[in-house]
Design a protein. Structure first.
Length: 234
């Protein structure tokens, strides 16, 4: 579904991505792991059209979308749940969700999708009139996921969805990702909890200093001594 080929990205003289290549098959959960500053968020933002690469291809169903504006990428079916949630704090929960359906692909089924999100996340239904900025961190993460789904994406990139959440809320949020995947959504997961993300992922890539240094089945990488020493403290 998504192929990245030899992707380079620089911030001025600093190279953030160096020849990154990866594949995301339809229906998979693909994890991208690495230390802070490894280039994970830069990769997600480049795929999403927020950053323009200096070299390489981003193939969405065979079409090169590298350098396309983010609204074009979204309307093709590539969604993003950004790090830090980034809800609209002065809008209500319902208004935030409706903002997610502004894309052309999400307008026709706006009402049905709104009901679907409230069924999927009952806490959002209970707080539909509440300002998003007054929600807890976990509730805001649920809202960010639901808002993205209002645009009917076929693939969603989750950037640190459990960051700053309580253990109980982490379980709920990552459980929602698993359930969405079981329902057919293709997922790219950038997650600080390396052990959990590798257990969930059918395939995973390790980024170090902007380069892919390891790749393979998630559970295979979980048993790799280099991964265990670098990221799991074992």
């Amino acid at each position: 579904m998504l192929q990245v080929r030899n992707l380079d990205l620089s911030y001025g003289d600093a190279q953030a991505l160096d020849g990154v290549s990866l594949d995301v098959p339809a229906g998979a959960i693909v994890a991208i792991v690495g230390a802070n500053g490894a280039g994970k968020t830069s990769l997600i933002r480049t795929i999403a059209g927020m950053l323009r690469p200096s070299r390489g291809e981003i193939l969405w169903k065979g079409r090169d979308i590298a350098g396309q504006p983010s609204h074009v990428v979204c309307d093709l079916g590539v969604g993003q749940v950004a790090e830090g949630r980034q809800v609209f704090p002065t809008l209500s929960v319902r208004e935030n969700l409706l903002m997610g359906s502004m894309l052309a692909r999400g307008r026709a089924r706006r009402a049905a999708n709104l009901e679907r999100m409230f069924a999927m996340f009952p806490r959002l239904a209970d707080r539909h009139a509440q300002l998003a900025g007054t929600l807890s961190g976990g509730e805001q993460q649920m809202l960010a996921i639901a808002r993205c789904l209002m645009g009917e994406p076929e693939l969603v990139m989750f950037d640190e969805p459990s960051l700053g959440l309580s253990p109980a809320m982490v379980q709920q949020v990552l459980g929602a990702v698993v359930e969405l995947n079981r329902a057919g959504l293709t997922c790219v997961l950038v997650e600080q909890n390396v052990a959990v993300s590798l257990r969930l992922a059918s395939r995973a890539y390790v980024l170090e200093n902007g380069r892919v240094t390891l790749s393979g089945a998630g559970r295979d990488l979980l048993e790799d001594d280099r991964v265990r020493q670098a990221y799991l403290g074992l």
